[in-house]
Design a protein around this ligand. Structure first.
Ligand SMILES: Cc1cc2nc3c(=O)[nH]c(=O)nc-3n(C[C@H](O)[C@H](O)[C@H](O)COP(=O)(O)OP(=O)(O)OC[C@H]3O[C@@H](n4cnc5c(N)ncnc54)[C@H](O)[C@@H]3O)c2cc1C
Length: 517
């Protein structure tokens, strides 16, 4: 696949950078742009041959499939913090606004489409559930309050007690407290597959933040996920950044308790490089970073052990299908979450989601074609599966049977079909157990109880969904913004840090931090 950015293409990286970023997921790409914009010399290292992590695409028989992510809240709206950031970074990629935002298909055969306008949405809910109208009003007043307090607490790291006991409340508890109608309760949690965890283990505050963000615009990237990731890479190069793809960081070098560089193995040519760095930022899986990339003697064992006890989100099984001759209206009608239980906690066993990217971006398929991507959470014990082929065949058969049930004749229209299990997610991104969004966003795994952006070692930072504030595109971008802010705020201090860091002292430092000395 042709990519717009150059990359180092077989050239060796410099000996020293102000910052080295491990992993070019959206967290790594945004952080790289922000630091390069500040004038830092930055190297972005990605093990895969393309950038984007869970926001990449692959191509088969003329169909371009999003590997994972397809809902990009806020990014097409320049009035929002993340939408504005993209404009500031010069990202010109177009965004297709979704309206309706989502579709739900219930066990009794009824459906509900969520309009993109908030007031229309609430009116529609009240029309359908008049006996719950008062509770709906109270519920959404609370959701709005928690949205604002949640932004302050989790996205701006403000010390505030505004959340009170709601910080401990799950989506399940909030719904049970407000409503009696089982259908309304499912409707208000029907997109919980998106969280990678059931409502009984998902924070009501975080859910409120995402729920309302959809009404500020939910988007699909023009040209698909890769177009967005590639443009971030291109902008980064224009700012002077270096990108090394097909290159794994095998080790984060630690000297005197400082992260001071990385060891990189490139595939073409097969070469190992040692690169010095003022700061190292890991966008890679957190356990991989702490347990494989850093030698154990440099870390507080108890802290690493306590991180190991956190619960990851479920992995998401995917079936990617390229179709010919399928009616657009039939696909539009089938689009969305399908439930065959009224209990939203059964998200990993009794629901799946049909997404049709070609409804937003027809160019993802050859003329007259369509793409269907099915997402299904799987409740698996990752380490105990020894026959992944059998697991894959079983889940794929379940999904294909359901596609045929929902759209009779579907199977005959299939041109190409591929499936991805938790193992596939792990193979391409190295995410622990193929988890979808890092650690669960449960009340006990948010805020200060989620691994912090820094503090494990001097000059070592984390961005992405395994750190604060949480998983999903918006929180991941927020983590990158916060890390870039922390590092930029240290420019003057860095001059000193380098002088006490033996490696940096001896290195031929050419970066922006040094220029400030
Ligand atoms: C199926 C699925 C659907 C999703 N849908 C949505 C959605 O619609 N909306 C939404 O907001 N979120 C969605 N998410 C979640 C979202 O995609 C993630 O939370 C987010 O993309 C994570 O970004 P990241 O930067 O933290 O990491 P990742 O995307 O995981 O990127 C990490 C990168 O680090 C690289 N790497 C790892 N180890 C090394 C190493 N040693 N050396 C060099 N490179 C390394 C990896 O190859 C990878 O490119 C979905 C996730 C999945 C799996």
């Amino acid at each position: 696949m042709k990519r717009p950015f150059k990359g180092l293409r077989g050239k060796a990286p410099e000996q020293t950078y102000d910052a080295v970023i491990v992993g070019a997921g959206i967290g790594g790409l945004i952080c790289a742009n922000l630091l390069a914009r500040e004038g830092l010399s930055v190297l972005l290292v990605e093990q895969h041959y393309m950038v984007g992590g869970y926001c990449s695409t692959f191509r088969r028989k003329g169909f371009t499939f999003d590997a994972a992510t397809h809902f990009y809240p806020l990014l097409g709206n320049p009035a929002t913090i993340t939408g504005k950031l993209l404009r500031e970074l010069g990202v010109t990629n177009g965004w297709v606004k979704m309206d309706p935002v989502d579709h739900f298909h219930f066990p009794d055969g009824s459906t509900f489409a969520v309009p993109a306008d908030f007031d229309t949405y609430v009116s529609k809910l009240k029309q359908e559930f008049p006996h719950e109208a008062e509770s709906l009003d109270q519920f959404f007043v609370l959701v709005r309050e928690l949205y604002l307090s949640g932004l302050l607490t989790y996205f701006r790291w403000r010390e505030t007690d505004r959340l009170g006991h709601y910080s401990q409340m799950t989506v399940r508890q909030a719904l049970d407290r407000h409503f009696r109608d089982p259908k309304l309760k499912l409707l208000l949690a029907a997109d919980c597959g998106h969280w990678g965890s059931p409502p009984s283990r998902t924070s009501f505050v975080f859910d409120s933040m995402l729920r309302l963000s959809y009404f500020l615009g939910n988007y699909y990237p023009r040209g698909g996920s890769q177009a967005f990731a590639d443009e971030l890479a291109l902008r980064f190069e224009e700012l002077g950044g270096h990108i090394l793809t097909s290159a794994s960081v095998n080790r984060i070098v630690v000297r005197n308790k400082y992260a001071s560089g990385v060891e990189i193995n490139t595939r073409i040519p097969d070469q190992t490089y040692r690169v010095n760095a003022g700061v190292v930022i890991s966008n890679a899986d957190l356990l991989l970073t702490l347990e494989k990339l850093i030698a154990a003697e440099h870390l507080d064992r108890d802290r690493v052990a306590s991180i190991r006890t956190l619960r990851p989100t479920h992995p998401c099984f995917l079936v990617h299908v390229g179709l010919k001759g399928m009616a657009t209206e039939e696909l539009r009608a089938a689009h969305g979450y399908h439930w065959d239980s009224w209990d939203s906690d059964r998200v990993a066993t009794n629901s799946f989601k049909i997404f049709v990217p070609t409804l937003y971006e027809p160019a993802m398929a050859p003329a007259g074609g369509h793409i269907v991507i099915v997402q299904k959470l799987t409740a698996i014990d990752y380490d105990s599966i020894d026959d992944w082929a059998m697991h894959k065949a079983k889940v794929e058969a379940y999904i294909m049977e359901n596609l045929e049930r929902v759209m009779p004749g579907f199977t005959e229209k299939v041109v190409v079909k591929l499936s991805a299990s938790a193992l596939t997610s792990h193979r391409y991104t190295a995410n622990h157990q193929g988890a979808m969004r890092g650690w669960e966003m449960s009340p006990d795994q948010l805020g200060s109880r989620r691994p912090a952006l820094n503090g494990m070692l001097k000059n070592l930072y984390f961005v992405g969904h395994w750190t604060q504030p949480g998983g999903g595109i918006t929180p991941v971008i927020v983590s990158a913004m916060q890390v870039a802010r922390k590092i930029s705020g240290r420019q003057s201090e860095f001059a000193n840090a380098f002088s006490v860091n033996p490696l940096m002292k001896s290195a031929n430092i050419r970066g922006a931090f040094t220029k400030l000395q």
